[in-house]
Ligand binder design. Structure first.
Ligand code: PLP
Length: 398
């Protein structure tokens, strides 16, 4: 055995945390890190949120798992609440984002199948997209580095440049079933898609009888200051995948769809052993209790503005380090002039955790429950890191 017993698939930081409290992560030796990585947009309500801890503990003491052979009251309730709060009529619960996307893609293909068009199975996606690591979702994401070595790419995905709606229109053919897009690209570098582009995609889908699928795995569940990012544009999809924030750290996801879009998903055509399990549902319902409480999302928007203004000031102060800022709500990105991995390390040296993204961006995804004081603390750490980076000689050109 070489190294550890684990697959070497992750380039892990040499850090292990023993506990978390709100926006803070604490190592075994008691070092405290300000967590602006948030488990990559997962810890929507921070660490050890008392309402989530209580909901999970209460459910764990009663019932863990029964399978989808039986009614699961918490699942029915969470489904109804998601439907009530969104465009959707139907929900399928999964364990992860990729599984929610798999369900979304299958839902679109089945829709055309039961409507007499089995030949319509292709999905148009956008460069820079990230939809997961299953065989279908790496094909959907279309990134060569994730496809290499895994055999023939799953058939049925066609890609156009980011925000190139004209190219998407040209690609629509007799086999096209759906268009899949993240309203705000996360991994791709925190790139919001303009509302006008989402509107054009909606119109194209309506005109050609296609289904519009939104991937809100990263940008959904309050992250942008609305429950779902699509609400900013006023453009509703037919199908949407969510995950990450809805579980607040408990692994879960969901595929939401209109009645019409879900019309092919009849008994027996899709399934899951763990998806929608009572533990996950207890936590998902508890997350919604908090996120849908009056005023919570307005507070996210207010705090996001505070953070964005602060980041803009830091970017202005260190133009050799940062090119600018981007993002919506508390899904923010620092576009770097020096390698983003270097910026990420410098932030870690200041005991602030962030996440590198594509396009040389550093992503900041703090818990939605962050306080003003913690935002100011984070900003001063980012300023300190930028100060150190600005003093360093630029790396030699290779
Ligand atoms: N879609 C988006 C937009 C994501 O950001 C991710 C994960 O980062 C996924 C899908 C895949 O989710 P998971 O890793 O839970 O399978």
């Amino acid at each position: 055995m070489s190294g550890s017993a684990l697959y070497e698939t992750f380039a892990r930081a040499p850090l292990a945390f023993e506990r978390g409290e709100g926006v803070w992560l604490v190592t075994e030796s008691g070092e405290r890190y300000l967590d602006f990585a948030g488990g990559i947009a997962v810890n929507s309500l921070g660490h050890s949120h008392p309402h989530l801890v209580a909901a999970l503990a209460e459910q764990a003491a009663r019932l863990w798992h029964v399978s989808n052979l039986y009614e699961i009251p918490g699942q029915r309730r969470l489904g109804e609440r998601l439907v009530e709060a969104s465009f959707a009529d139907k929900v399928f619960f999964t364990n992860s984002g990729a599984e929610a996307l798999e369900c979304a893609i299958k839902t679109a293909r089945r829709y055309h199948f039961v409507n007499g068009h089995p030949e319509r199975f292709r999905t148009i996606t956008f460069e820079g997209a990230f939809h997961g690591r299953t065989l279908a979702t790496i094909a959907a994401g279309g990134q060569a580095k994730y496809l290499e070595g895994f055999g023939p790419k799953v058939e049925g995905f066609d890609q156009v440049a980011f925000d190139d709606i004209d190219a998407a229109e040209k690609l629509i053919g007799p086999e096209t079933a759906a268009i899949l897009i993240e309203p705000v690209q996360g991994e791709g570098g925190v790139r919001p898609v303009p509302g006008a582009s989402l509107r054009r995609l909606r119109d194209l889908c309506d005109k050609h009888g296609l289904l519009l699928i939104f991937d809100e795995v990263q940008c959904g569940v309050g992250r942008t200051g609305k429950l779902f990012a699509y609400e900013w544009s006023g453009v509703a999809p037919d199908i949407m995948a969510i995950a990450k924030g809805i579980g607040g750290g408990f692994p879960m996801g969901a595929c939401l769809a209109t009645d019409a879009a879900a019309s092919g998903m009849t008994a027996g055509v899709h399934g899951t052993t763990f998806g929608g399990n009572p533990l996950a549902m207890a936590v998902g319902n508890a997350v919604l209790d908090v996120v849908l409480a009056p005023g919570f999302l307005d507070e996210v928007s207010r705090k996001a503005l505070l953070m964005k203004q602060g980041l803009a000031a830091v970017a202005d102060e260190f133009p050799d380090v940062f090119e600018g800022i981007r993002g919506t709500g508390l899904l923010l990105g620092l576009k770097c002039r020096v390698p983003n991995t270097r910026v990420n390390m410098a932030l870690r040296d200041e005991k602030l955790l962030a996440v590198p993204a594509g396009d040389n961006v550093v992503r900041l995804l703090p818990p939605l429950t962050i306080s003003d004081e913690e935002i100011r603390d984070g900003l001063s750490r980012i300023r300190a890191a930028a100060g150190h980076l600005a003093e360093l000689p630029a790396p030699a050109a290779s």
